[in-house]
Design a protein around this ligand. Structure first.
Ligand SMILES: Nc1nc2c(c(=O)[nH]1)N[C@H]1C(S)=C(S)[C@@H](COP(=O)(O)OP(=O)(O)OC[C@H]3O[C@@H](n4cnc5c(=O)[nH]c(N)nc54)[C@H](O)[C@@H]3O)O[C@H]1N2
Ligand SMILES: Nc1nc2c(c(=O)[nH]1)N[C@H]1C(S)=C(S)[C@@H](COP(=O)(O)OP(=O)(O)OC[C@H]3O[C@@H](n4cnc5c(=O)[nH]c(N)nc54)[C@H](O)[C@@H]3O)O[C@H]1N2
Ligand code: SF4
Ligand SMILES: [Mo]
Length: 693
């Protein structure tokens, strides 16, 4: 059997894998890891399902063009030539009629971030539209932005060498097997584990200290921990003196955050908070890793800032066993930002801190202004949308409004593997290849100083094309041959990596990737931090200039961070979004028999006390409601959730619209800095379904 190496990009973890092939067909895939599974029977089922995913009968096989016949959509097969001609002509027509900015490009998480995304940005910028939009405002760009404005770059935790690991709103067991193995390995070597999560996840049950926090109160908790660390003199005074600005202002601001006064309001015990703060501050080295659990809240950016200040106080930044500052690989920036006309604002212009921060490898990162632009025509109407590898009809907050927006658009193109609920809104659907059928740079590895190639291991399925080819060919049709002179992706990658002296050929010979330069720690000692002051900015002048509190500031009341709080009399429970399980990725893979068999249906977790007052028994069908909509699913009575909180499963809306959590979520309230919606955290109610039970 033939073996080939590549990088799996079925999810954002991007594991190195070995693919076994027979007659050029994938037979099986194995995840390679430097830390073999530390837990019995624990593996990533998605790689086991690769043959079912890649050869799924549901896959799109050829470009399709929609015709409305008597109000019914009929999909006609087309050649690439026909489809590309129509798209290029339409987009150029929109440019003439309404300006290039009326055309937007929406990117989901699946086709990878960073380097491959630059192709879409390059095309749109050459065309003259600033509107290339990604899901960063809910995924991790709000986090990245808060990092950048605090200490210049997003850190990653060195779990393996750590003596104390804080997992803050992350569930690595299901979302990042590679990190999970490293956490368990460190634990076996004696490392302490602190988990901050409203749910008793498997990871939380392994923790030395588990803080079952009230959702969205993370910034407040961080301030309470800062209070303990400062008042008990547990901070790294040398690091603070030499490498931070704003410590005195923090010392003053934190005085009001006394654990004994506030802990109960966030469902915690003051002594346990003190214990966690002491353990983290006294154990060296310690790392702190924040997950997506602290994203998708209305106060995400300030929550992040206060959590990140903890890393600086304890001096753990860029140390072995601490939190590493990246060492980016020199690469050519191919985005052509300079081609944009200064007088054309992007639709995300109201969130300049998020959209203009220099390290952002994507386009603009605020999803909601796109919907507003289409529906409210402010600051101007977007008329045409290309949706590449995203399923916004189920993954964006307030699906009803998103669907209205998709419906209103004059022209929609969807590039996907499957005919999703989003693709059904399109005029033209283009079939993309899976990650196993295309070569591309892998962004995840490049956050460190290593480059890995995601290497094509099989031919394109039927008449599908890889994302890069779709963009390159469309660019040529639209008149941008000079900007896209490449015939293959290998030529483009070689051009991008030229400053690093790395080529595709070299990467193919080094299947584990190429490390650029020597891996260094405490790099700030030579170069300072990549912030305006060159130091860690506990006090952020940039936040102040934009009208936000330069030191995180929190109110103790809930209104601030809970959508629909004003309607709490009718919607008394806090609904949180979760869990991401190891079987699926967002809205994907419920059409894959092996994975669906492992998890055939979703369940909403409800505490026994809340179930009792509602006369709900285990397995009853329940209605979950918010002012924006209602969905139905079965209840699981469970004490892993806190009383007053329900956990609503994520990602099932593609499988069945009745299960779509984003039918419930709110897009009215947003984080003022990043426009982040409260997809994770909102008031709701759960009642027994009288028809079904
Ligand atoms: N299998 C699988 N893996 C994935 C993905 C997938 O869909 N499926 N998606 C990928 C992507 S794009 C992302 S962004 C990552 C996300 O992966 P993670 O960062 O691990 O995020 P989640 O699993 O969504 O949530 C993490 C934990 O946060 C907790 N949480 C919820 N609300 C709060 C809160 O208010 N405060 C705190 N402290 N914790 C809270 C949840 O209970 C959950 O246990 O996973 C990636 N990996
Ligand atoms: N309520 C709530 N909302 C959320 C979240 C939540 O936890 N709760 N999570 C948020 C987060 S962190 C994220 S990242 C977003 C994710 O939002 P999306 O990016 O919209 O998520 P997916 O469901 O993964 O959609 C990816 C689509 O790309 C297709 N695809 C897969 N591979 C490829 C490829 O190589 N090329 C192309 N062209 N298409 C491909 C898939 O078939 C699928 O339709 O959702 C966000 N929304
Ligand atoms: S964790 Fe994600 S990237 Fe890694 S093997 Fe599983 S699906 Fe692929
Ligand atoms: Mo994400």
């Amino acid at each position: 059997m033939e073996k080939k190496y590549t990088t799996c990009r079925l999810c954002s973890v991007c594991c190195p894998v070995v693919v076994s092939l027979e007659n050029n067909k994938i037979v099986s895939v194995e995840r390679k890891t430097s830390t073999p599974s530390m837990e019995e029977n624990y593996f990533c089922p998605k790689v086991k399902a690769v043959p079912e995913i890649v050869y799924s009968a549901d896959r799109l096989k050829t470009p399709l063009i929609k015709k409305n016949i008597n109000g019914k959509a009929v999909w006609n097969k087309a050649s690439w030539e026909q489809a590309m001609d129509i798209i290029a002509n339409k987009l150029n027509l929109f440019k003439q009629k309404y300006g290039a900015e009326s055309v937007a490009w929406l990117r989901g998480q699946a086709p990878d971030w960073g380097a491959t995304w630059h192709y879409a940005i390059r095309l749109m910028n050459a065309f003259g539209s600033p509107n290339v939009i990604g899901d960063g405002s809910v995924c991790y760009w709000a986090r990245e932005m808060a990092h950048v404005f605090t200490y210049g770059a997003m850190t990653s935790s060195d779990y393996k060498n750590s003596k104390c690991i804080v997992i803050w709103g992350g569930n690595e067991r299901d979302t990042n097997p590679s990190a999970y193995n490293r956490i368990l390995y460190a634990k076996e070597q004696g490392a302490k584990l602190i988990v901050i999560d409203p749910i008793r996840t498997k990871l939380a049950s392994l923790a030395d200290i588990w803080l079952q926090i009230k959702p969205g109160c993370d910034g407040l908790l961080a301030m309470l921990m800062i209070y303990v660390i400062i008042s008990e003199n547990l901070y790294d005074a040398d690091f603070i003196r030499e490498w931070t600005v704003g410590f005195n202002e923090l010392k003053e601001a934190v005085k009001k955050y006394v654990p004994e006064k506030i802990a109960e309001k966030i469902w915690l015990d003051a002594e346990k908070i003190r214990e966690a703060a002491r353990l983290y501050a006294k154990t060296k080295p310690a790392c702190l890793s924040e997950g997506n659990g602290v994203e998708m809240h209305l106060n995400t950016s300030q929550n992040m800032r206060s959590i990140f200040i903890l890393r600086a106080l304890t001096g753990n930044i860029d140390k072995k066993g601490g939190d590493r500052i990246p060492q980016p690989i020199p690469m050519r920036d191919i985005r052509l930002n300079e081609r944009l006309r200064g007088d054309i604002k992007s639709v995300g212009f109201e969130y300049p801190l998020l959209n203009n921060f220099p390290k952002c490898p994507g386009g603009i990162q605020t999803l909601l202004p796109l919907v507003n632009s289409i529906l409210d025509e402010k600051p101007y109407p977007i008329k045409a949308l290309i949706i590449q590898g995203a399923n916004p009809a189920v993954t964006m907050a307030n699906s009803k409004r998103v669907r209205q927006a998709l419906e209103k658009l004059e022209f929609v193109v969807a590039v996907d593997l499957f005919m999703t609920q989003t693709a059904k809104f399109a005029d033209i659907v283009l079939p993309a290849t899976t990650s196993f059928e295309k070569t591309q740079l892998n962004f995840s590895s490049m956050i460190g100083n290593r480059v890995m190639l995601q290497n094509k291991v099989i031919d394109w399925y039927e008449n599908s094309w890889p994302d890069w080819k779709i963009i390159f060919e469309l660019a040529k049709k639209m008149g941008y041959k000079d900007e896209f002179p490449w015939n293959t992706v290998e030529e483009a990658i070689d051009y991008q990596l030229e400053p690093a002296g790395i080529t595709v050929e070299m990467l193919r010979k080094n299947q584990k990737g190429i490390t650029f330069g020597e891996t260094r720690r405490e790099k700030y000692k030579n170069n300072g931090f990549d912030t305006r002051s060159g130091k860690v900015e506990i006090y952020s002048e940039i936040f102040k200039e934009h009208g936000y509190s330069p030191i995180p500031d929190f109110k103790e009341d809930e209104e601030n961070h809970l959508s629909f709080y004003d309607k709490r009399d009718n919607f008394p429970l806090i609904g949180i979004s979760g869990a991401r399980t190891i079987n699926f990725v967002h809205s994907q893979f419920r059409n894959i028999p092996y994975l669906l068999k492992r998890e055939p249906e979703p369940f909403v977790d409800i505490h026994p006390k809340d179930a009792k007052t509602r006369d709900i028994s285990d397995g009853d069908t329940v209605v979950i409601e918010t002012p924006n909509g209602r969905i139905k699913m079965k209840a699981k009575i469970s004490d892993i959730v806190h009383p007053g909180l329900v956990r609503i499963p994520w990602g099932w809306g593609e499988f069945n619209p009745d299960y779509n959590i984003n039918s419930l979520t709110d897009d009215g309230k947003r984080d003022p800095v990043t426009s982040t919606t409260s997809n994770r955290c909102f008031m709701c109610n759960v009642v027994k379904d009288v028809i079904m039970n």
